[in-house]
Write a protein that binds this ligand. Structure first.
Ligand SMILES: Cc1cc2nc3c(=O)[nH]c(=O)nc-3n(C[C@H](O)[C@H](O)[C@H](O)COP(=O)(O)OP(=O)(O)OC[C@H]3O[C@@H](n4cnc5c(N)ncnc54)[C@H](O)[C@@H]3O)c2cc1C
Ligand code: FES
Length: 499
């Protein structure tokens, strides 16, 4: 039994119904909330990156994190939505007269894992998760949280446990995030929860109707239920020279590590692609000391997603940091003997370089799938329960998911995690429709942009503040309905909208 200590943390009249605030209980940051006259106390920092939850939003008895929109249950601290994996410790609250007293254990942990079913060796059912990324990691936990006690096999072509992929273009690439930040869970966690992780295991064929996988070793594997979550494969230019050793893609931890190591030997970098991976990669290479030039075919970065005004402002942030742009330009050829030393553009301009990073988007990694009709872009269409065929589910970057009367495929971390978790619960028998709003964030220089919703095209943008300000909101409207909202430094406001 842990020893508890009582702390007077606030007065009753300091919190109205529907409000929350951060208080101190000794050294511990506590989130105190009041809903329908009842007070709740939980550990106050998000288990993802440590955001102060009091700056998020309260939706009934759910707390939305202000930074990347994880969601927690106020009553028991359970993590309800990605990108956090763990839940929050909860504390007993007493009201004595006008004082609110919270009982906090000495050495209280800063996280607790959601309750999970134990693997039962007598349960012969085998469920396979093909993919050890965001969707796969959350799906494995969703299966156990949903009560599944059979065998879980999580298969990944990579040589690691699931890790924080978004960090591969940010602090990790800059050398600012230590290795130990990257794994989402330890090997021991998977062992203890009966989740068998098959690393370095490439699947070469998936027979969907038979739910049978063929591995690169030639072995085959059949299962009762299967989740497909193979993520995206970086697109290539299709130009001679792009297999040279100083030409990089940025999808995996190994890619990021390799890029970081090369940084010690080179000075100039050309980044081909001016969207999320291209510009985050450019930012991090520049912080590593490179002179960086970005080449992109569109005249303004992100114009299609965010509109021209916002796109120009993002470009300005990067230019202010010292990054150069060649926009409205395509790459004609890569020149050099053993390494690429020159990137030649379609107007004949030559960019001398020591390194090339290609960040021109990804395609669904579904080339191995047979017996299932794929969408035009190679993605997999699922129903509202994330099911693609009998006993076969799909989630994450590869999945076309119905949202109201639209169907779309999203390539973002929280969405993949949340879909994976949901698919895991449904595979375990929950049978719940998937209804979440998409959310993503991107780091552009020292500015974190947050985006809620999905606008497949928009008629106009309504601004509150301007893109050149330190804080603004942009609502993307189609048929006079707000389809999506982009914010800079409006975290609480956006969390409030993410009901
Ligand atoms: C560098 C980088 C930065 C990013 N930054 C952000 C960000 O800031 N914000 C944001 O919202 N999103 C970001 N994203 C996007 C986000 O990471 C993806 O949307 C998310 O990882 C998708 O999850 P997933 O599970 O669908 O696929 P992935 O995470 O790609 O996982 C796919 C898994 O499938 C495995 N696999 C694939 N094919 C096979 C096969 N044939 N055999 C065996 N295993 C296979 C892979 O090895 C991998 O384990 C970033 C992506 C990258 C690459
Ligand atoms: S810090 Fe809370 S979701 Fe990232």
């Amino acid at each position: 039994m842990m020893a508890l200590r009582d702390y007077v943390v606030a007065r009753v009249d300091e919190l109205q119904n529907g409000q929350m605030k951060e208080v101190k209980a000794g050294e511990t940051d506590v989130l105190l909330a009041r809903v329908d006259g009842t007070f709740y106390a939980l550990y106050g920092k998000c288990t993802h990156y440590g955001a102060p939850l009091a700056q998020g939003a309260l939706h009934g008895r759910r707390v939305r994190c202000p930074w990347h929109h994880a969601c927690f249950d106020l009553t028991d601290g359970r993590r309800l939505e990605a990108p956090a994996l763990d839940g929050l410790p909860t504390y007993e609250v007493q009201v004595r007269g006008e004082e609110i007293i919270v009982s906090v254990p000495e050495d209280t942990p800063d996280r607790v894992t959601n309750p999970m079913a134990k693997a039962d060796p007598l349960n012969p059912a085998v469920y396979v998760i093909l993919g050890g990324g965001a969707a796969g990691a959350f799906a494995a936990e969703g299966l156990r949280e949903g009560g599944f006690t059979g065998r879980i096999l999580m298969i990944t072509a990579e040589d690691t446990v699931p890790y924080d992929r978004p960090n591969c273009s940010k602090e990790y690439l800059q050398g600012e995030a230590p290795e130990e930040w990257m794994p989402l869970r330890s090997e021991a966690f998977y062992r203890e929860n009966g989740i068998e992780l098959l690393k370095n295991c490439r699947v070469t064929q998936v027979d969907v109707p038979a739910r049978r996988l063929t591995l690169a070793s030639g072995e085959t594997l059949s299962c009762e239920k299967l989740l497909l979550c193979m993520g995206g494969e970086p697109r290539r230019l299709g130009l001679p020279g792009e297999n040279r050793p100083n030409v990089f893609l940025l999808r995996t931890l190994a890619d990021s590590r390799r890029l970081q190591e090369t940084a010690r030997q080179s000075r100039r970098a050309v980044v081909i692609g001016s969207s999320f991976i291209g510009l985050e990669g450019a930012m991090s290479l520049h912080k590593l000391g490179y002179e960086v030039t970005v080449v992109g075919p569109e005249p303004v970065p992100f114009a299609k997603v965010f509109g021209e005004e916002v796109g120009r402002q993002i470009q300005q942030w990067h230019e202010d940091a010292g990054i150069r742009f060649r926009l409205g330009r395509k790459t004609d050829r890569l020149e050099g003997e053993e390494k690429v030393g020159r990137v030649v553009l379609d107007n004949g301009e030559v960019l001398e370089t020591d390194l090339v990073l290609i960040g021109i988007g990804v395609s669904p990694a579904t080339g191995i799938v047979s017996g299932l009709a794929l969408e035009k872009d190679g993605g997999i269409r699922v129903d509202r329960f994330l099911q693609a065929a009998d006993g076969v589910f799909a989630a994450g970057d590869i999945a076309h998911v119905p949202h109201g009367d639209e169907v779309y495929r999203i390539e973002h971390w929280k969405v993949a995690g949340q879909q994976g978790y949901h698919a895991g619960l449904n595979m375990a028998g929950a049978n719940r429709p998937y209804e979440a709003q998409p959310f993503f964030w991107s780091l552009q220089q020292d500015k974190t942009l947050s985006y809620l919703g999905h606008a497949q095209g928009f008629d106009r943008i309504a601004f509150d503040g301007r893109p050149e300000d330190d804080s603004f909101r942009a609502d993307y409207l189609k048929d006079e309905t707000v389809r999506a909202t982009l914010t800079l430094d409006r975290d609480t406001e956006l969390a409030e909208r993410d009901v």
